[in-house]
Ligand binder design. Structure first.
Ligand code: NAP
Length: 288
């Protein structure tokens, strides 16, 4: 029941109707019997400064930030975490007595999902990331902050891979940028401890599409993750599993970025199982 003491948080994006976050967080609040509500807030780009001012004006606990505001919101905040600053994008804002801090829980959510699902620890590991968009950037920087040994980032547009390699080097990591080249692809992928598919390829509705990486590129003993979560078992993951690699889909990253946001706003442990059930149900509803 919403009343005069309800604490408000929400999602700033444009559009926001597709998001699973309202269901995930409102179910979590209900489960823990918290007088909180999470609202989807469609904010056009020109209204972003007013929307950020409203976080303090309405005494909200904080918000999630999604496309197209993740980068534009940075100069409107009082403080940024190292991850958010290095990635150059914010997906969570926390309001502490009027001070707005920008966090990025996408990369941290990815690390947590890998740890929970396959006990992966980034320290000392060699990583290949295929793709260099926003998701790849968050994952690469957080892996570097978590002690990864080295990163090879491969992208169609080399300048974007170079930009991410430079961000990783900026926090003390070792990184190289490559473009798609069949002659080196097999070697770098086979040698990696962790391979991350971070392009849009294979996403619904183009579920039969896959990067030019086949079963022989993968091996036993490596972890292969596809950030795509619809479908949950992409052709890319099917090929990796055939070679004996441990596979992880993109749902865990989606779940744990939300779990970490919940914990930042509330200071309480999130009801992870319940939030996972909400996501699973939402994904079932999206299946065609
Ligand atoms: P983005 O910023 O638009 O980047 C897209 C990436 O895919 C770029 O590197 C782009 O290469 C590459 N790409 C697209 N089409 C390609 C093609 N035909 N051939 C080669 N490369 C191609 O997108 P994003 O936000 O990073 O998202 C990437 C994926 O991660 C999506 O599938 C998204 O659903 C997923 N994701 C998952 C989570 C999660 O929580 N699991 C969170 C965020 C995103 P160019 O740079 O050359 O254009």
């Amino acid at each position: 029941m919403i009343n005069g003491s309800t604490t408000i948080c929400g999602l700033l994006g444009y559009p926001v109707a597709h998001s699973f976050s309202p269901q995930m967080h409102n179910t979590a609040f209900e489960t823990l019997v918290m007088n909180w509500v999470y609202l989807p807030l469609a904010v056009a780009p020109q209204d972003l400064p007013a929307a950020v001012s409203a976080i303090t004006a309405f005494n909200m606990a904080g918000v999630n930030v999604t496309v197209p505001h993740k980068e534009a919101v940075l100069p409107l905040l009082d403080e940024l975490t190292t991850a958010a600053k290095t990635i150059g994008a914010v997906n969570v804002i926390v309001n502490q007595a009027g001070k707005l801090t920008g966090h990025n829980t996408d990369g941290a959510g990815f690390i947590k999902a890998l740890h929970r699902e396959v006990a992966f620890n980034a320290v000392g590991k060699g990583v290949v990331i295929l793709g260099a968009g926003g998701a790849a950037k968050a994952v690469a920087v957080q892996l570097a902050l978590s002690g990864m040994k080295s990163l090879t980032i491969i992208n169609r547009t080399i300048a974007k891979a170079e930009d991410i390699a430079n961000r990783v080097k900026g926090v003390g990591g070792v990184a190289q940028a490559l473009t798609w080249d069949e002659s080196v692809l097999k070697q770098v992928i086979t040698e990696a401890d962790l391979v991350v598919q971070a392009t849009n390829i294979g996403m619904h509705p183009d579920t039969d599409q896959c990067l030019p990486v086949n079963t022989s590129h993968f091996r036993q003993g490596q972890v292969v993750c596809d950030l795509v979560y619809n479908p949950v078992n992409t052709v890319f993951l099917q090929r990796a599993a055939k070679a004996g690699a441990q596979t992880v889909n993109g749902l865990g990253m989606l779940l744990y970025q939300g779990v970490l946001a919940f914990e930042l706003w509330t200071g309480r442990s999130a009801p992870v199982k319940v939030m996972q059930q909400v996501l699973n149900r939402a994904m079932e509803g999206k299946k065609c």
